[in-house]
Design a binder for this molecule. Structure first.
Ligand code: ADP
Length: 168
């Protein structure tokens, strides 16, 4: 599906609270498939995020600085409205396990129903990261457990600042 200037652009939406190696694996692989990938960070206040929208976007920017065709953006709109503004029809989502499937099917079908030009592409997670989620990372970090293998260094530092070890 070619876009305006003959390049294929896809959006990878999510909360990314915070970005993990699982997300980054999908970003690296999708950036090879599409000419341009927009990582769209959802400002979903109902999810009560640990990191602000700006913090989440900034951490993704740092972690993807070596990928010239990856752009980071934020949105608070309905996905299909955001895509219309950006003039993009393709969504990329990651699938970790069967448990992700039902929700993802519902989302993809809803978006397609709202705009039949919108297509969702699924990429299966690397088996090493199939258990990995932002929630798991936050749970470990809260109790000052090791997250080095799960997130990039800038996220590890940001988590340490959110959950400082009590000096007393
Ligand atoms: P959302 O709140 O929209 O589910 P997330 O930030 O949790 O946002 O996830 C964004 C996307 O990344 C989703 O498609 C999710 O399935 C995928 N994803 C999350 N963790 C991983 C992982 N470890 N491996 C592959 N894909 C993942």
């Amino acid at each position: 599906m070619k876009q305006e200037h003959g390049i294929t652009i896809a959006v990878y939406p999510g909360s990314f609270d915070p970005v993990t190696h699982g997300h980054l694996d999908i970003i690296h692989r999708a950036a090879k498939v599409f000419d341009k990938l927009i990582v769209a960070v959802l400002n979903n206040t109902s999810k009560n995020p640990l990191f602000t929208l700006e913090e989440r976007m900034d951490l993704i920017r740092q972690a993807t600085k070596d990928l010239p065709n990856v752009e980071v953006d934020g949105f608070r709109d309905l996905m299909v409205n955001y895509m219309k503004i950006k003039n993009v029809n393709l969504i990329v989502r990651g699938l970790r396990a069967v448990s992700d499937f039902e929700y993802e099917l519902q989302m993809a079908s809803t978006n397609h129903k709202l705009n039949s030009d919108v297509e969702t592409f699924f990429m299966t997670s690397k088996p090493t990261y199939s258990y990995l989620s932002s929630s798991i990372v936050k749970e470990i970090a809260k109790f000052h457990g090791p997250v080095t293998d799960l997130v990039p260094p800038e996220v590890e530092e940001a988590l340490k600042r959110k959950f400082p070890i009590d000096q007393n």
